[in-house]
Design a protein around this ligand. Sequence first.
Ligand code: ZN
Length: 244
Amino acid sequence: MPRRAALRKPLRIAILAILLLLATALALWRISKLPCWQMVGAVTCRVETDEKIVALSFDDGPTPEGVDAVIDELARRRVHATFFLIGSKMERYPEQAKRLVAAGHELGNHSWSHGHMVGRSQAHYRAEIARTDALLRAAGVARPVLFRPPYGRRLFGLPLAVEQQGYRSITWDVADDVGRHPTPAAYARDIVARARPGSIILVHPMYRGNRVERAAVPLILDGLAAKGYRIVTVGELLKREKPE
Ligand SMILES: [Zn+2]
């Protein structure tokens, strides 16, 4: 065999191996973001029901501006929602978490640091969940059970740790996309249009940049009500789950 041909073969194999690795990494990255399916354990992105009922969930924080913006709008309409809170933010604003509990809202665990939760150790996942769990209990939640992965991302390790610590992984089937709908009215219309019986809706109202989301909250609440939807917490929605 000529020397050049002999060299070409290992090169082809190396390129193929690199391409295969890249394709696997891309596939895993995509799988990690699927809201309604995960490789290990169970995840809930909505509940199968004919009842006109949806759960409204707010992620991140708590921050004073985020809680201020939504707590009165919810109270005015007698709606209770689920807030997935970040441990480190609760440490900074413990009174905001207590305010949400006092107003009758449900609190869930959204990790301690809100870092990426793929490819880390079990000890890391356990600490992220447990430290936040302690603050949820301190805020008055008797038995926290709902966990939402930061960015919705998870592969093997995180879902395992979530279940081992007595939590359930909760994602969403209707999420916000401010990029596509830059005004509160358009954004709210999109959310309301996509909601269906048993949906879990995700809105981000907590950070300073979330102006559109905050302004859209009353529009979303009224839009859902106008379509005949009752808005409940995730925990309340889960009671409609049919036994498998
Ligand atoms: Zn988040």
